[in-house]
Design a protein around this ligand. Structure first.
Ligand code: ACO
Length: 323
C-alpha cells in the first residue's frame, strides 16, 4: 500500500519577540487578561524586510535537513498561507525559487488557520495516487501585517512564523507499512464569513485590509467543530482516542485546546501546547507545534498523532498520522 510518510519536520520563528507587557503599553490590555483568556505569553513579529516566503523557506530548509534530503528530490510544494508576499504568483513558487528548484509542482492553498490540514490532505492525495513522490508541505504566515494594532480584541492573539514537513511515498511492508497519513477529513461552511475575515482585498477595497473577528462566537464554533472532525477522523483511520499518543492542534487559544481535549476524553498532557510561545500563527501553528514536539523528543517514531485545526471560512479539518 502506497502511503505518504512524514520523514522530516522544521520550523522558523522571526527573532523579534513582542511580549504581553509591550502590547499593554500600546492598547488597553494586560498580561493577566491575555494569559487568563488565551494562554498566550508572547508572539514573534517578522522584520520589515522579512516576508512569508522567507519564513517558509527557512522552515522548509530545516525540514529538508531533518529528512536528510535536498530540495532537488522534492517534486511538490504546497504552501498554506493567507499572507502571501504578493497576490500572485503563489508563495509556493517564490519558496521553490528560493530553494533553488526549477521544476516540480508548486501552489498555495487558502484555508486560513486550517490551511496546513488542507495542504497536507492535498499532498497526501497526490502522493497516494502517484502524482507526486516527495512533497514539502509548508504553513507560513505574517499575520502581523493584517492586524489592526489599535484593536485590543484581535492584536493580542496573533503572531508570525512558519512550519514545514517533508512527506515521502512509502510502500513498505511489515512495521513501516503502518506509518504515514492514515486518514484525514476536511470541512468548510461559508455562512460564517462575517465572524472572521479581512476587510480588504482586490475584490473589495483594493487594499490589504485588516483582520476582523467576533471572538466569542468563533470560540463557540471551534470546540464543537474540532471535536466532531477529530472523532470522524479517528473513525476513518480505524483507531480510537485511547490510541492517540499526541494531539497536535492549531494553536489559537489554550481554552479551545482544553475544551476540545475534554470533549474527546483526552488529558491535556497529551496535547502539544505552544500557543504560549508564539500565539496564533494561523496556518503555521500545526507544523510549528509538530516540529517543537519532535525536536524535544516528545513525539517518537511510531506514535499516533491527531492533527487538527479550524479557521476563517469557516474551515476545519483533522488528520491521523502514524509518525
Ligand atoms: N484586553 C483586555 N480586555 C479585553 C481584550 C484585551 N485584549 N479583548 C477583549 N477584552 C474585553 C472585551 O471588550 C470584553 O469587555 P466587556 O465585557 O466590557 O464587553 C471582555 O474583555 C470579554 O470579552 P470576550 O470577547 O467575551 O472574551 P472571551 O473570554 O470570549 O475571550 C477571545 C476573547 C480570547 C478572543 C476568545 O473569544 C477567543 O479566543 N476566541 C477564539 C478566537 C480565535 O482563536 N480566532 C482565531 C482564528 S479561529 C481559530 O483559530 C480557532
Amino acid at each position: 500500500m502506497r502511503r505518504a510518510c512524514v520523514i522530516g519536520t522544521g520550523s522558523y520563528l522571526p527573532t523579534t519577540i513582542l511580549s504581553n507587557e509591550e502590547l499593554a503599553a500600546r492598547v488597553d490590555t494586560s498580561d493577566a487578561w491575555i494569559v487568563e483568556r488565551t494562554g498566550i505569553a508572547k508572539r514573534h513579529i517578522a522584520a520589515a524586510d522579512e516576508f512569508t516566503s522567507d519564513l517558509g523557506t527557512a522552515a522548509a530548509q530545516r525540514a529538508l535537513t531533518a529528512a536528510g534530503i535536498t530540495a532537488a528530490e522534492v517534486d511538490l510544494i504546497i504552501v498554506a498561507t493567507a499572507t502571501p508576499d504578493q497576490t500572485f504568483p503563489s508563495c509556493a513558487t517564490v519558496i521553490q525559487h528560493k530553494l533553488g528548484m526549477v521544476d516540480g509542482v508548486a501552489f498555495d492553498v487558502a484555508a486560513v488557520c486550517s490551511g496546513f490540514l488542507y495542504a497536507l490532505s492535498v499532498a497526501d492525495a497526490m502522493i497516494v495516487t502517484g502524482a507526486a513522490n516527495t512533497a514539502l508541505v509548508i504553513g507560513a504566515e505574517t499575520f502581523s501585517r493584517l492586524l489592526d494594532w489599535e484593536d485590543r480584541t484581535t492584536c493580542v492573539l496573533f503572531g508570525d512564523g512558519a512550519g514545514a514537513v517533508v512527506l515521502r511515498a512509502q510502500t513498505g511492508t511489515g512495521t513501516s507499512a503502518d506509518r504515514g497519513i492514515l486518514a484525514h477529513r476536511l470541512h468548510s461552511d461559508g455562512r460564517y464569513n462575517s465572524l472572521l475575515y479581512v476587510d480588504g482585498g482586490p475584490g473589495s477595497t483594493g487594499t490589504v485590509g485588516k483582520l476582523r473577528m467576533k471572538g466569542r462566537e468563533v470560540f463557540r464554533h471551534a470546540v464543537n467543530n474540532l471535536a466532531s472532525v477529530m472523532t470522524e477522523t479517528l473513525a476513518a483511520a480505524g483507531v480510537s482516542a485511547d490510541d492517540v499518543a499526541w494531539v497536535v492542534p492549531h494553536q489559537a487559544n489554550l481554552r479551545i485546546l482544553e475544551g476540545t481535549a475534554k470533549k474527546l476524553g483526552l488529558p491535556i498532557e497529551r496535547v502539544v501546547v505552544t500557543v504560549d510561545q508564539h500565539a496564533n500563527t494561523s496556518a503555521a501553528s500545526v507544523p510549528l507545534a509538530l516540529d517543537s514536539a519532535v525536536r524535544d523528543g516528545r513525539i517518537k517514531s511510531g506514535d499516533l498523532l491527531l492533527l487538527e485545526a479550524m479557521g476563517g471560512g469557516f474551515t476545519w479539518g483533522a488528520a491521523a498520522v502514524r509518525f
